[in-house]
Ligand binder design. Structure first.
Ligand code: NAG
Length: 213
C-alpha cells in the first residue's frame, strides 16, 4: 500500500516537475540586454550600468501593422524586436483582423499563449493531439489559452475590425504556420501529393499560393 502510494506520488511529482520546467530557463541576473561584443562578435549582456529605461519600453504596437492576404496584421513583441525581454521568459503579440480576416492554423513550439480580445468577435480555437477541436466565438474581454505546441486558428466573424493581445511564456515562442510550412518549404512534391491525395496540378496551385515569393 505504502509502496503504491509512493509510486503514485513520484509519478505525480514527475508530471508536476515536467510542467514547471517547460518554459524558458530562470534568469541568473536582474536582466540581460543582449549586445554583440565588438571584439569577439559574441553575444553578451550589456553592462547593466549602461542600461536605461528605454531598454525596457517597446512602443511598436500602438497601431496595427500591415495586413496580410488573409486580413491579418500581427506584430510580435519578442526578444528579437524587444531585446529587454532577454532571459525574462515572456513575450507578446498584437493581432488585428479585418472583417472576415483569418489567422491561419499555426503553432508556437516553445510557448503557451494566453490571449485577450480587446475589440471584436473572433471564432477562435485549437486542436489537441487526438484531433479534437476546442473552438468558439470569443468577444471583447474574453480570454483564451492555447496550450504550448498545439495548432490554433482565428477568424474575425464580427462586423467590425477585431484586435487581440496575446502573451507567451517564452521570450521567443517561435511560429510555424501550417499552410506555408507544408506547402512553402520545399518538401518533395511526390510526398505531398501522396500525403494529401493531390494531383500535380492541385499541388502546384497550393505551392504557388504558399510558397516563398
Ligand atoms: C560597467 O560599467 C561601469 C561604469 O562604466 C564600470 O565601472 C564597470 O567596470 C563595468 N563593468 C564591466 C563588467 O565591464
Amino acid at each position: 500500500m505504502f509502496l503504491k502510494l509512493t509510486v503514485v506520488f513520484i509519478v505525480l511529482l514527475q508530471s508536476y516537475v515536467n510542467v514547471t520546467l517547460a518554459s524558458d530557463p530562470d534568469p541568473v541576473t536582474d536582466f540581460c540586454i543582449p549586445q554583440t561584443d565588438a571584439a569577439t562578435t559574441l553575444l553578451r549582456c550589456k553592462n547593466s550600468s549602461l542600461a536605461t529605461v528605454d531598454d525596457f519600453v517597446f512602443s511598436g504596437i500602438k497601431n496595427s501593422g500591415k495586413f496580410s492576404e488573409t486580413g491579418l496584421s500581427s506584430i510580435p513583441v519578442n526578444v528579437n524586436v524587444f531585446p529587454g525581454l532577454n532571459t525574462l521568459g515572456m513575450s507578446m503579440v498584437r493581432a488585428d483582423f479585418e472583417i472576415g480576416g483569418v489567422n491561419v492554423p499555426h503553432f508556437h513550439p516553445r510557448a503557451n499563449e494566453i490571449a485577450v480580445v480587446l475589440e471584436g468577435k473572433i471564432y477562435s480555437g485549437f486542436i489537441d493531439t487526438e484531433n479534437r477541436i476546442y473552438a468558439k466565438v470569443i468577444e471583447k474581454g474574453d480570454v483564451m489559452v492555447f496550450p504550448r505546441g498545439l495548432v490554433h486558428f482565428q477568424m474575425n466573424v464580427g462586423s467590425t475590425k477585431a484586435t487581440i493581445l496575446g502573451s507567451f511564456d517564452s521570450q521567443n515562442p517561435g511560429l510555424l504556420r501550417i499552410p506555408s510550412g507544408i506547402f512553402g518549404s520545399g518538401i518533395k512534391e511526390e510526398l505531398l501529393e501522396k500525403a494529401f491525395g493531390l494531383n500535380a496540378k492541385e499541388l502546384a496551385k497550393l505551392r504557388k499560393r504558399f510558397g516563398p515569393h
